[in-house]
Design a protein around this ligand. Structure first.
Ligand code: TXA
Ligand code: MG
Length: 348
């Protein structure tokens, strides 16, 4: 059974937080909002509790999880070495949407990050997440609170849609602030590397250390469609996502042809478009969902997963959309869109 508590994100009530903290201490699962997306939390020092996360998500145990902390003292318990750059990044970006990969200490169960000697750690800034971490006073392992390969959950309703009955407590603090997951930085190699773009921008990281590399699966590959079969299914809607990229006028044209062709073959078609472009297609018998203003990448990032889920819920079997500029937060948006499309980009 899942118990849901509505919690004020600006001033979290102590009772539900205490109940959720007890639940974590008992080795059970708590879903909670963070400033990025909702997390599915378990005591990071309890291997059996971590196993419950993998079972609930139907996620392979080979995919490591991020450990959430509320104080730097906890970081010292989790890792064997904190390089100067980690101190600098933590001072600048924690609490916030940055995850640091560091060498794992022995007292951290292997279940957190099987097959690697590293552990990913993050101090979230969301008041409910921080209140829970403080009350439990445990490091909390928490992947995004969605079923494996589904879009990340950005509201409590999404969590219940995917994990209802599989998680003991859900703290409902409204929509997650940013809507995109944290930036993951690996500090265990010879050069600091961004493994996943997110809310802390590459530009801001390079301002601190100009040697930061970006090893994203998609951002440095211009044509991921060359190897679509090799890309893991991630953030995927139930519908097939048709992702167009190219000059604006050409893309809008190609999208109209695509919509017409899909309709002619009897598909239920959904369109995910910026506000400014939604009415270009209102003559067609399709479901149109707006994603935010073209000029506002924060808004698009905030809405992305939620709007993909909305189209899925409408029962469409094809979703047509296009890419956005890739600088700043656009890097994270591009990464999530390409993954949702399972690596297939239609260049026009
Ligand atoms: O914003 C976020 O990071 C959210 C919230 C809940 O904090 N969490 C999140 O977790 O996105 P998850 O499990 O959905 O994604 C974590 C990613 C995975 O792709 C995993 O492979 C990677 O982090 N990861 C975790 N531990 C790692 C490690 N030791 N080395 C490299 N990558 C790691
Ligand atoms: Mg995830």
């Amino acid at each position: 059974m899942t118990r849901v508590f509505v919690v004020d994100p600006d001033a979290p009530e102590p009772e539900p937080i205490a109940f959720a903290a007890d639940t974590l201490r008992a080795g059970r699962l708590v879903a909670f909002p963070t400033e990025t997306v909702y997390g599915l939390g378990a005591n990071a020092l309890d291997g059996a509790a971590i196993q419950r996360i993998y079972v609930a998500k139907e996620r392979p145990a080979s995919d490591p999880v991020i450990v959430h902390i509320h104080t730097l003292m906890q970081l010292e318990m989790l890792v064997t070495n904190i390089p100067a750059l980690a101190h600098e990044l933590a001072a600048r970006f924690w609490p916030g949407p940055l995850t640091l990969v560091l060498p794992r200490a022995k007292n951290v169960p292997e279940a957190v990050s099987i097959h690697t000697q590293t552990v990913a750690v993050r101090m979230p800034s969301h008041p409910i997440a921080l209140a829970l971490l403080r009350a439990a006073d445990l490091p909390v392992a928490a992947p995004s609170a969605n079923r494996f390969s589904r879009p990340s959950a950005t509201t409590a309703a999404h969590v219940l849609e995917d994990l209802g009955g599989r998680v003991d407590v859900v703290l409902d603090g409204g929509a997650a602030t940013m809507g995109l997951e944290s930036t993951i930085v690996d500090l265990t190699g010879s050069q600091p590397t961004v493994l996943r773009p997110g809310g802390v921008l590459l530009e801001s990281l390079r301002a601190i250390d100009p040697t930061f590399m970006l090893r994203s699966r998609f951002l440095d590959v211009d044509d991921a469609s060359q190897a679509p079969g090799q890309l893991i299914k991630h953030y995927s809607p139930r519908a097939v996502l048709r992702l167009f990229s190219g000059d604006s006028a050409d893309v809008l044209d190609a999208i109209r042809k695509e919509l017409t062709a899909q309709l002619a073959s009897g598909q239920q078609v959904g369109l995910l478009m910026p506000d400014e472009e939604c009415n270009l297609y209102s003559d067609l018998n399709i479901r149109i969902v707006n994603i935010g203003s073209c000029n506002n990448l924060e808004e698009i990032g905030h809405n992305l997963f939620a709007r993909i889920r909305q189209l899925d819920a409408m029962g469409v079997n094809v979703i047509v959309t296009h890419t956005f500029p890739r600088d700043g937060l656009g890097a994270a948006i591009y990464d999530r869109l390409v993954r949702a499309a399972e690596g297939r980009i239609i260049h026009v």
